[in-house]
Design a protein around this ligand. Sequence first.
Ligand SMILES: Cc1cc2nc3c(=O)[nH]c(=O)nc-3n(C[C@H](O)[C@H](O)[C@H](O)COP(=O)(O)OP(=O)(O)OC[C@H]3O[C@@H](n4cnc5c(N)ncnc54)[C@H](O)[C@@H]3O)c2cc1C
Length: 387
Amino acid sequence: MNNFSAALNAYIEQVREWGQREVRRAGLEADRNGAPLPPDHPYFAAYVDFRRRHPVPADDGAVPEGPAVRMAAINEENAYWDRGMGVAAPGPGLPAPIVTAAGTPEQRERFLGPFRGTDIPRWGSFALTEPSGGSDTAAFRTRATRTDRGYLLNGAKCFIGNAARADWVLVQANLDPEKGRAGQRSFFVERGNRGMTGIKIEKKMGLRAYESVSFILEDCEVPHDNILGGERPERTSKSSAYGATMGTLNTTRVGVAASAVGLARSAYDEALNFATQSGAFKSIRVRDRLEVMYRQLRAAWLMTLRAAWKADNRIPNIVDASMAKVFAAETAQDLASAGMEIVGLEAGAGHHLVEKLFRDAKALNIVEGTGQIQRIIMARNLVGLPR
Ligand SMILES: Cc1cc2nc3c(=O)[nH]c(=O)nc-3n(C[C@H](O)[C@H](O)[C@H](O)COP(=O)(O)OP(=O)(O)OC[C@H]3O[C@@H](n4cnc5c(N)ncnc54)[C@H](O)[C@@H]3O)c2cc1C
């Protein structure tokens, strides 16, 4: 259902072959084990090799689509094979666009440089959420205190992707609580820092293929150079350092929507294949159900692509991005649920992929701003709901 350029379709075809051969299998292995594959699992070295042979199309005109549409197309295909393995994939991950947008040139080189052209699987991580809640960023309790030697971080974080295996975790902490949100800054905490303690990998109902980690920051000392954007943030961002970080999350939201579409497409295909093979499609009710699923899937994808296209064309897309995130995440949940019902007993017994998709889907409505929070963002922009 894509009208992408031949060049982008050719790249997606490579992602598809890799997904079919390796990603689905690895995701099922992690799900069965109830734990992410260890960092030294051969899958990750093979992944790094795949990415070296098939680098993501760069901004050099080889693929005419803009970066947001490219990201949406690739995320959608990756998530079709396994959303959890997509997040577990070696690389700087979620913080990469934040460091690119808000980091100093030295920080971009120091923290992102090692990910370029490496043979070794390595990860980055971004820690925002705290045990007291993830939505209300103004209420975050993690504090940063400046000393002669650097910054001391104190607080706790939870559900942080890839944090136990990451080279560094970009931690959000408040340097100036009197300023509220505007006092927040991000700090690179490097692997092995003894102030990062109590590291625990959480057990999850779905997306078990990647680590979601809780940890405590106890007088966790980082050098002055490790504050994102440097000690004078006004040089690196138009607004505040907080604004630069949160603004980047607005763009990655479209990537989550695309992943939700990929997962939803997988659920649709599983339901269709089952209905075809079992003969269930002879029932008008099952055929109707499949048609509604396909229609919703198409709508979610078009909404996501429109939000991405607007981003590429520098058209304000905050409402489109939130709308796509809500609709696509709900579509993933709806289609996985309908898939469970069409497949029936085998799914209920946990013997069918659609059951795993059903467990995986829920988190897409939670991560990077829950459905309720997206509705608040849309309402603020559409009808001027006060903050
Ligand atoms: C699989 C997974 C991976 C994650 N990965 C990361 C990660 O890598 N890094 C990271 O920092 N975080 C991560 N998170 C955390 C995620 O960002 C938070 O779960 C999310 O922001 C919501 O925070 P919360 O769960 O603490 O819910 P809360 O903020 O406590 O909210 C609880 C409920 O109340 C609703 N709610 C809150 N405020 C309002 C309001 N004003 N109006 C209406 N409803 C409201 C919320 O929508 C939610 O349903 C991850 C979470 C999951 C499940």
